[in-house]
Write a protein that binds this ligand. Structure first.
Ligand SMILES: *Cc1c(COP(=O)(O)O)cnc(C)c1O
Length: 215
């Protein structure tokens, strides 16, 4: 059971922590994956800026049930064969990390807004393009008619704060060097480090809604 008042209180706490850590605005993306419409409603009440979803089937099931009254960011791995169906519901595609996805988005969701996902920690198991390849992926996105708003990354799996800081600072400086405004970095366990390093949007799930039981 999700208590909307509790969620609103947590969002308020996060907003005041952000205000102490940064003078720039930081969007809060409520990650509602695996939770139902009660979590989405709580995010609406708490005035989160968007919801984040990872799974195509889950987004389609949720919108079939009821409208989602916040922008929806797709934050998971994008399957090319789901782009066309998902496109009407997605306001920002955060996980773009390969040419095949760029070309599919260019065809099925012309003008879509995207973030390029970067593997800033150099972990083999992680999705995301290598930092050295970001510039050419950016050019490909622009050539395909997409609007590249910025970069996105996931902090180190180890949870090590010094490593997180290093990764987030490197993402911010890469975004700056490419004149990209948005840096989506920071999750429940590392959002304050990310905000201090120049994050413009944080993706928060378990800190708002509790532990997920699946995925
Ligand atoms: C699940 C997920 C999140 C939220 O994770 P929490 O640790 O629950 O805040 C953020 N970003 C991505 C890409 C995710 O898959």
């Amino acid at each position: 059971m999700i208590d909307p008042q509790e969620v609103a209180l947590r969002v308020q706490q996060i907003r005041s922590e952000i205000a102490r850590a940064s003078s720039s605005p930081v969007a809060i993306i409520a990650v509602t994956k695996t939770f139902g419409h009660d979590a989405i409603r709580a995010a609406v009440i708490a005035q989160c800026d968007a919801v984040g979803e990872n799974y195509a089937q889950e987004v389609l099931a949720k919108v079939a049930e009821a409208p989602i009254d916040l922008p929806v960011h797709f934050i998971g791995a994008i399957q090319s064969n789901k782009v066309r169906q998902l496109a009407p519901y997605i306001s920002l595609w955060q996980g773009v990390d390969r040419l095949s996805v760029i070309s599919e988005l260019g065809k099925r969701a012309p003008g879509a807004e995207i973030l390029l996902q970067v593997n800033a920690t150099n972990e083999d198991t992680k999705s995301g393009v290598a930092p050295a390849e970001v510039e050419s992926l950016l050019a490909a996105g622009q050539d395909a008619g997409l609007v590249v708003r910025g970069l996105m990354t996931i902090g180190p799996t180890s949870g090590d704060i010094a490593e997180a800081e290093k990764a987030f600072l490197s993402l911010r400086s890469l975004a700056d060097s490419l004149h990209l405004a948005e840096c989506s970095m920071g999750m429940s366990d590392d959002y304050l480090v990310a905000v201090a390093c120049g994050s413009t949007m944080i993706r928060i799930g378990s800190r708002l809604f509790g532990a997920r039981t699946t995925h």
